[in-house]
Design a protein around this ligand. Sequence first.
Ligand code: PEP
Ligand code: MG
Length: 567
Amino acid sequence: MLKGTAASDGIGIGKVLVIEEVSLDYTPHTVEDKDAEVARFKAAVDAFIVETQAQAEALKASAGAKEADIMLGHISMVQDPALFGETEKLIQGGQCAEQAFESMCDMFIMVFSQAADDFMRQRAADVRDVKTGVLAQLLGVHEVKISDAPADTILLVKELTPSMTAGINKDNIVGIITETGGKTSHSAILARALEIPAVLSVENAAALMKTGDLVIADGSRGEVIQNPTEAELQDYTAQRETFLRNKRELEQFRGKETRDADGTAYELVCNIGKPEDAGKVLAGDGEGVGLFRTEFLFMDRTALPTEDEQFEAYKKAALALKGKPLIIRTLDIGGDKEIPYMGLAKEENPFMGFRAIRYCLKNRNLFRTQLRAILRASAFGDVKIMFPLITCMEEFREARALVEEIKNELRLTTGIPFNENIDVGVMVETSAAAVIADLLAKEAAFFSIGTNDLTGYTMAADRGNADVAYLYSVLQPGVLRLIKRTIEEGRKAGIPVGMCGEAAANPHLIPLLISFGLTEFSVGAPSVLNVRKCIARWTKEEADKVAEHAMSLDNEAEIAAYLESVI
Ligand code: PEP
Ligand code: MG
């Protein structure tokens, strides 16, 4: 099996078609009639533009307008004075058109390849594509037509250029393998837009496979299986069918509301770590953000972010969500989340130690700065505040009092707009918080259950320790009882209860959460449609039956087996 980059989901099974690069060899020579050479160059560029426009049209139909823009970008590139004008000058200096154009392109390819930014580096592929296209016109040679490839073809190319992608007919091309290109390359973007499985950057692929070889391209795992056995073929064919069926089924849930089979609505929101992710939430059909892990703003830098920096980040997320909810969790460092410049002392038992809300309450300036930034951002959307690792009432009261203090400051001294009625909630992720959920629910505006930590604390099992991994399960009766209790106490007090731990996307747990009365599911953006689908299949009555039976069992293995049997 060959490994590469998983660039476009799905499984392609078919025969390899190796696309050889066409020979663009020429002999550099000096030209006498420079004006005639410039005219030859212009004619080649014109022909390139006509061809590219046709490719863009084809791509618009197969992949969409955004993808076609990539091709149109090639036209702007070739017309750019920095490329076109400078080439003309070199020709006027006596170089032949091929040499003049190639040397200018090579210069840009070198500059782009050395850029620090991944996106800029990928632009080198575009210049290479333009270079090949114009040189082919000048030399009168033409590439193999991918659009003529037979059915069930797996394309194998050194580098998939956007112009090649334009010729791809989804009916014929079932997979793409390349030797270069990353997840953010245009090839990857286009492959995803065309929904063709793609494995990129497979080392020496062209030397290891030849046209006609039977291969499987697993674009979800980034694997290529050469000359598969009969058993492998059957296995991957079944996987491909499941993948396609799931995909079709999930698409029915795009743009829909999240409702169970009785029609009861739920909020289906996402977990994010960076403000930029907020835009992706709506694009992925999420209905807001149930957990913004703000510690990522504090990582990968050498000093604390200022109030303004934080304000801008929270505001950016709030604006991107266009009025949809944004729950910002205050700084949750310590435990497994280390930030070197903050100088946290090494502890014997960091998960039980000086972390999250405990650290913030003792480092008031840092906490105040963050709360001010969040409050200021609350003027730009439906922002809520959530405190992590709460274990007792005093912690929650102290933290909430600080919010009130800062509201006063903002009101009196600065007149900065903020939401006076901002919701302040508790993340229920310690066993203590779940046990006192009745008390917390009287003062918190909402709960969000953090099952990642709740499971660890309840089972006294570190989520990263393989030796105790058998205990670390959300389906342990101890954990399930605490989840149930938290939801029920929240409901009794009339506050919304969500879940932002990984378990919120666990199809096994969903009937139980519906039965207990969870109102909000906060999951990773790629899970949105699947969770919506899972919720849609349960009526409350069915979910209650499942929950009742699961809660009557006394061990994790039986609960897991039972839930597996019902979903
Ligand atoms: C949790 O503990 O469930 C949670 C969502 O928070 P984190 O994973 O950031 O600790
Ligand atoms: Mg946690």
